[in-house]
Write a protein of this length. Structure first.
Length: 317
């Protein structure tokens, strides 16, 4: 199979028929063999009924329905587990991503040999104040922190070689950072393509301003995990030892200073009356706690078990 198209959605019933017809037209005009996988992330409208009807009229249409809303990352994780195409395309269901971009994305993977191609919505139709400016700041921080030189990390329209999606783990809210996850997994042949951005035709966005705050927190998480996920002791242990040494040296200095003054017959205050004594003690305690945190992290890492992250209510295969 040439193509797998994965579309996570939440309450996008108004756009699904139009989106399906658009994708089917592009697939037929390019003679692609394909599967179209909708992941219903706990919709409360008629989205699943429409997906079911589409699957009955077209065997290429498949679906997964979660029993409640788990988030876009979990939807993509479920989709990536099921896909069979040589090239995997992800896109949003709100008609803001154009299916006309799919043939070029496919060629960039198959003919040019890229592992991942990320869409870049260079010209956007969103509010400049609430989306464009925060998005630019977010993307600049992501580029600087991750080392992946993309202009638009959050674009839902992306193309992957199948081997990439089978070897990355999209969890939490890490869908924004799939290119970073791919890079950390060893897939470094990553590029971007300018794509069309359509104005939203139906409904309202499902993402509020808090996604940028969450995005920056996730960025810190992925930076930490990319460097220390396999060796937490290297960070916490090193910091703990450093702080313990600083505290110990401070305590030794306080003790020697008191002994020196006594030896010289000079007045010396009680050690417990010296504020540096408490600073040194606090530093040693924090250092010990950091060291133990690293040690516990190593134990957890070696004994962790895979846990169920979402529950599927229905599947159309």
């Amino acid at each position: 199979m040439q193509l797998s198209i994965v579309i996570p959605l939440l309450n996008e019933g108004e756009s699904l028929n139009e989106l399906y017809n658009w994708i089917a037209s592009v697939m037929q005009s390019n003679s692609f063999s394909y599967e179209l996988l909708f992941i219903d992330d706990g919709s409360t409208d008629n989205s699943w009924e429409i997906i079911t009807a589409l699957s009955q009229q077209d065997k290429n249409v498949k679906g997964i329905r979660f029993n409640r809303n788990y988030g876009k990352s979990q939807a993509l994780h479920a989709g990536f587990k099921c896909v069979k195409g040589d090239v995997v395309i992800t896109m949003d269901a709100d008609l803001q991503d154009s299916p006309d971009e799919i043939p070029e994305l496919y060629n960039l993977i198959i003919k040019d040999g890229y592992d991942l191609v990320s869409g870049w919505k260079k010209k956007r139709y969103d509010s400049k104040l609430t989306k464009n400016l925060p998005s630019k700041l977010f993307n600049a921080a992501a580029r600087k922190t991750s080392g992946v030189k993309l202009h638009d990390f959050n674009c839902g329209l992306k193309a992957y070689n199948q081997v990439v999606v089978k070897n990355i783990d999209v969890y939490g809210e890490m869908h924004r950072y799939i290119p970073v996850l791919a890079k950390n997994a060893g897939f470094t042949n990553i590029t971007e393509k300018v794509v069309k951005h359509q104005a939203r035709k139906y409904g309202t966005t499902k993402f509020g301003a808090e996604r940028f705050i969450n995005g920056f927190l996730d960025l810190i998480t992925i930076w930490f995990l990319s460097r220390f996920a396999k060796r937490p002791m290297h960070l916490f242990g090193a910091l703990g030892v450093l702080m313990f040494i600083i505290g110990s040296c401070s305590a030794i200095y306080i003790g020697i200073s008191k002994l020196y003054k006594l030896a010289q017959g000079l007045p010396a205050i009680l050690v417990t009356n010296n504020p540096w004594f408490y600073i040194a003690l606090t530093t040693m305690i924090i250092g010990t706690q950091l060291f133990l945190a690293g040690f516990l992290g190593e134990l957890i890492l070696r004994s962790k078990r895979q846990q169920e992250r979402y529950r599927i209510a229905e599947t159309i295969a």
